[in-house]
Design a protein around this ligand. Structure first.
Ligand SMILES: Nc1cc(-c2ccc3cc[nH]c3c2)n[nH]1
Length: 247
């Protein structure tokens, strides 16, 4: 997968070169190219923003630099065209399902807004030649799109074949299809068996793998019911057995 990110704060995206995603890049599983939007400004002050038409607080990102940047990063004659992802508080909610969908794409371009956002005509014009997804990572307001890009790229990148080692299979994700689908992760433990007088649940030391799997599912169901009852509503009843329903 190729990823291009256009931003006025390229340094914000340096974490994409660290750890899991950094190694994925070294292994050629992922190519990440970060571009400074100011490269496409034409004035001495490298201006990317201006006052909003209609008045109001703050500034809006000018369309011209964005137009030139997108023409360079995603040339109109490129085949295939990339998918353009624009983080915004008013976008479609980014979920694991969306991450799985994006992980199938060969080329993603991210547009990081700042200030009050990007002039609407940039998104409209880009939409005439590529698929544009405006995505929210949650109902809170950030100061720009860069952190959202870090979240989206990490969630998508870890799904790419070969990125996670076998030991960390995505198949065990709490939102992956299967018996733990749409359940929150339950508690996890490692050595020592007794830490500051706190014992690891004995079932986990029993070696009874079927009982351990049952216990883990019970823990996940209980935690989900306590913390995210909305996810319980969405569970496929066919996946719940009488033991589950008795919890
Ligand atoms: N989920 C979420 C996205 C954002 C976001 C995304 C882009 C910009 C540009 C200026 N402020 C922004 C905020 N906040 N919260």
């Amino acid at each position: 997968m190729r990823i291009d990110v256009i931003t006025i704060f390229p340094e914000y995206l340096e974490p994409l070169g660290v750890s899991l995603l950094g190694k994925a890049q070294e292994r050629g599983l992922l190519q990440v190219h970060v571009h400074d939007l100011r490269e496409w400004t034409t004035d001495a002050h490298r201006t990317v923003d201006d006052t909003p038409y209609g008045g109001g607080p703050g500034m809006v990102m000018k369309p011209e630099p964005w137009g030139r940047a997108l023409d360079t990063v995603a040339p109109p004659d490129a085949v295939p065209q990339p998918r353009l992802i624009v983080p915004t508080p008013s976008g479609r909610l980014f979920t694991q399902e969306v991450a799985i969908e994006l992980a199938k794409e060969p080329w993603l371009v991210f547009a990081c807004g700042r200030y009050e956002g990007i002039d609407r005509r940039v998104i409209e014009e880009a939409g005439t030649r590529m698929r544009v997804d405006e995505l929210s990572i949650g109902d809170y307001v950030l100061a720009g799109g860069e952190v959202a890009v870090l979240v989206i790229v990490e969630a998508v990148g870890r799904l790419l074949p070969g990125v996670l080692g076998n030991a960390d299979s995505v198949a065990d994700d709490s939102f992956a299809p299967g018996p733990m689908a749409n359940l929150l992760e339950g508690p996890v433990y490692t050595k020592p068996a007794n830490w500051r007088g706190r014992e690891v649940p004995p079932i986990l030391l029993s070696g009874h793998h079927a009982q351990i799997a049952r216990w883990r599912r019970d823990q996940a169901l209980r935690r989900t019911a306590e913390r995210r009852p909305d996810l319980i509503e969405r569970l496929d009843p066919a996946l719940l057995d009488e033991h589950d329903r008795a919890l």
